[in-house]
Design a binder for this molecule. Structure first.
Ligand code: XUL
Ligand code: CO
Length: 440
């Protein structure tokens, strides 16, 4: 095996040193073997690095060219550079100590002139990735296809009004599924990159959404045929790049899966910044998926309160993370999903070690949040307080209502009998204080 020490030579394996350490290249809270609520931290999170943000995105923006200089771009041949990039990525994964990574087909290998050529390039990189996975033990959390960068997808992929484009998208998904299965990927993601519309006037929305359903059923069937036993995931997002995306939020996607008969094979990949773009909180969409038994995986990142786009900041908001971890602890966790850092370092974070600082921060935030969430659930009255608000449904007429045994006239009669309800406080400030008191 090549010595994985070329691209970040001054950085050793990141270790856990505890909350009092002054070493920024150490974990303060993420101690992978530490058991919390009966499971190691490693198994709670199943952390993954997003290949695209960390190794492909040079941080260009609409106003300027990229600012990151990649030492793995050693030649003028994109395919050769893709191999160096893979080596750099596995050096990073192992030094950081994450068990998983995630990719789009085009992150791994460049597109060719024809479908056959693209498939060949991808297969070459998949062979190499398989070797690195075997040597390092790092695994693939999920694979996906990039159906949004190439100009042919400007009007959508599966929902494109031109059938020929739908066929090209299918060819790409087929190859991405082949790659995911070959690499033992535990999930496969569909993020509807340009599946939506820019204007309703030129759009047959019903037809496009039905095409998306048909496309996903075909992809599901192909994956199962080649032996994919993992979970298919849809990643909701309300807008960007299209004005309106069909996979708007968790609630919309759940309705779509039910309507399109996809509930047996699909779950959700909930992303923090996508939930906030839909005017929800991160925890709202995580909860909605979890309480429907459809929480598959998480793309952990965050937005910015001062603007309304997908900033993909690394998740360093402890309050957000605590609420997400409370939900995961109460709903049985993520596996076979995981927590993928779909986040990018800022345009002016130009040192190679910034990638380490960003991931260390995200991992420590969630590890700390797990400890606090576990403490809240085990040592406080939180659950009693929350459940107590609903105690009038635990027995008697309230229970009969929950069981569907009371008619509207029965309820009217009960209202008259019981008289005007007392004021019962929702105690919001007390709940908020409770969380703060456990941050210690
Ligand atoms: C885009 C986004 C994607 C998906 C994978 O907003 O989140 O990176 O996670 O296609
Ligand atoms: Co994402």
């Amino acid at each position: 095996m090549t010595q994985l020490n070329q691209y970040f030579p001054n950085i050793d394996k990141i270790k856990y040193e505890g909350p009092d350490t002054d070493n920024p290249m150490a974990f303060t809270h993420y101690d992978e073997d530490r058991k919390v609520a009966g499971k190691s931290m490693k198994d709670h999170f199943r952390f993954a690095v997003a290949y695209w943000h960390s190794f492909c995105n040079d941080n260009n923006d609409p106003f300027g060219v990229g600012t990151r200089i990649f030492p793995w771009d050693k030649t003028s041949d994109p395919l050769e550079n893709a191999k160096f990039r893979l080596e750099a990525a596995f050096e990073f994964f192992t030094k950081l100590g994450v068990p998983y990574y995630c990719f789009h087909d085009r992150d791994l290998a460049p597109e060719g002139q024809t479908i056959g050529e693209s498939e060949k390039k991808l297969a070459e990189l998949v062979d190499l990735a398989k070797q690195y996975q075997k040597e390092t033990g790092v695994k693939l959390l999920w694979g996906t296809a990039n159906l949004f960068t190439h100009p042919r997808y400007m009007n959508g992929a599966a929902t494109n009004p031109d059938f020929n484009v739908v066929c090209h998208a299918a060819a790409q998904v087929k190859a991405a599924l082949d790659a995911t299965v070959e690499l033992g990927g535990e999930n496969y993601v569909f993020w509807g990159g340009r599946e939506g519309y820019m204007h309703l006037l030129n759009t047959d929305m019903k037809r496009e959404i039905d095409h998306m359903g048909a496309f996903l059923r075909a992809a599901r069937d192909y994956g199962r045929k080649i032996g994919f036993e993992g979970v298919y995931l849809i990643e909701p997002k309300p807008m960007e790049p299209t004005k309106h995306q069909y996979d708007f939020d968790a609630a919309t996607v759940i309705g779509f899966l039910r309507e399109q008969d996809l509930l047996d094979d699909f779950k959700l990949n909930v992303e923090g910044n996508h939930a906030t773009l839909a005017s929800h909180t991160f925890s709202h969409d995580v909860m909605l998926a979890a309480q429907n038994g459809l929480l598959g995986s998480i793309d952990a990142n965050r937005g910015d309160y001062q603007n309304g786009w997908d900033t993909d900041y690394f998740p360093t908001d402890l309050y957000d993370a605590i609420q997400v971890m409370m939900i995961l602890l109460e709903h049985g966790g993520l596996a076979p999903g995981g927590l993928n850092f779909d986040a990018k370092i800022r345009r002016n974070s130009t040192d190679l070690d910034d990638l380490f600082h960003a991931h260390i921060g995200g991992m420590d935030t969630f590890a700390r949040a797990l400890l606090i969430a576990d403490d809240i659930l085990n040592t406080s009255d939180y659950k009693k307080m929350r459940d107590g608000r609903y105690s009038s449904f635990d027995e008697g007429d309230g229970k009969a209502f929950e069981d569907g045994k009371l008619s509207l006239t029965d309820l009217r009669a009960l209202a008259i009998k019981q008289g005007e309800p007392e004021m019962i406080s929702g105690k919001q400030e007390l709940f908020e204080n409770l969380v703060n008191r456990h941050i210690r």
